[in-house]
Design a protein around this ligand. Structure first.
Ligand code: C2E
Ligand code: MG
Ligand code: MG
Ligand code: MG
Length: 278
């Protein structure tokens, strides 16, 4: 293998790509062990009901405590996890963690408390992704399926094959809710929102960032919120960083808010102390 790499380096620019490719291969290999080695972590970002200021949901966000590279965020390893197929096992683990957390937090914050989990397209596409096992876990733990919100992207919905659609339908029929993540960055149409019976629309941070400069950003947000409400969809504004943005979103009627101003993603033990945020 070393010889093969050395040979490539002598030719037309391959050596520029080789290190990145090798790093990707190493990551993929290491990822298969990460779960067993107990290196994966979840942090949780509070989702706040803006009318009451109360935390009503958390979003689970994946981290990898890599033995030599330190704490990695999804941007650094999610693609490798997807392309190696490791995401399926990791996703099952995340789902179970979310269910157990929902159960614990509902004891403190009430039965309507929800945990939101991100799911990627490749995960749903995989034959190994067995949503029946998720539902079985919920039954086994006696947790209501409504405790879990599945977050998907516009791209996932637009590219959904019959496998993906079938799995989403099954989860929704069982009572799980569906959130459309990063709304506004893709090309999702109103008909998609209706067809997939989206429960929550998460406005992308890119829109929130433009809120306090100029009237257009505000009007656009108001229009998105009005459209969502017309369709019976609740809105979660993501990436709130400044008090001005929060004030505008409250006035515009956004149902929920999420962002570093309200709370950064935190470890599970810190969640029990959060109640009233804004
Ligand atoms: P996302 O689902 O849109 O998650 C929100 C991202 O925004 C998180 O980044 C969060 O840390 C970050 N964020 C929170 N507050 C603020 C803020 O005030 N300002 C800004 N600029 N950003 C903020 P993170 O944790 O790095 O996750 C990035 C993406 O990786 C997520 O975007 C999601 O698409 C994906 N991801 C995370 N966890 C999972 C997972 O368990 N499974 C899958 N399939 N994807 C995941
Ligand atoms: Mg998300
Ligand atoms: Mg998002
Ligand atoms: Mg995202």
């Amino acid at each position: 293998q070393a010889m093969y790499a050395a040979k490539q380096q002598g030719r037309n620019g391959y050596h520029y790509f080789a290190p990145a490719m090798q790093e990707g291969a190493t990551l993929k290999h290491e990822l298969r062990q990460a779960l067993e080695n107990n290196e994966l972590r979840l942090v949780y970002q509070p989702v706040i009901a803006l009318a009451s200021g109360r935390m009503q949901k958390v979003e689970a966000l994946l981290r990898w405590q890599h033995p030599s590279r330190g704490l990695l965020t999804p941007a650094e390893f999610l693609a490798a996890a997807e392309h190696s197929g490791a995401i399926v096992g990791i996703g099952d683990w995340i789902f179970r963690q979310a269910v157990l957390l929902a159960q614990r937090l509902q004891a403190e914050y009430g039965p309507n408390f929800q945990v939101c989990v991100n799911k990627s397209a490749l995960q749903f596409r995989s034959e190994d992704c067995n949503v029946e096992s998720w539902l079985a876990f919920l039954r086994q733990r006696q947790v209501d399926a409504r405790s879990i919100v599945i977050e998907v992207t516009e791209k996932l919905l637009m590219d959904a094959n019959s496998q993906t659609t079938g799995k989403l339908k099954r989860l929704q029929e069982a009572g799980m809710q569906l959130a459309l993540d990063d709304f506004g960055t893709g090309y999702c149409s109103v008909s998609f929102l209706r067809r997939f019976q989206i429960d929550y629309l998460k406005i992308d941070p890119a829109f929130i960032a433009n809120l306090d400069d100029g009237i257009h950003g505000q009007e656009l947000c108001r229009a998105i919120i009005a459209m969502a409400h017309t369709l019976g969809i609740q809105v979660i504004a993501e990436g709130i960083e400044h008090p001005g943005q929060l004030a505008i979103l409250k006035a515009a009627g956004s149902d929920f808010g999420q962002g570093n101003l309200l709370s950064e993603p935190v470890s599970e033990d810190k969640l029990e102390k959060i109640s009233l945020v804004c």
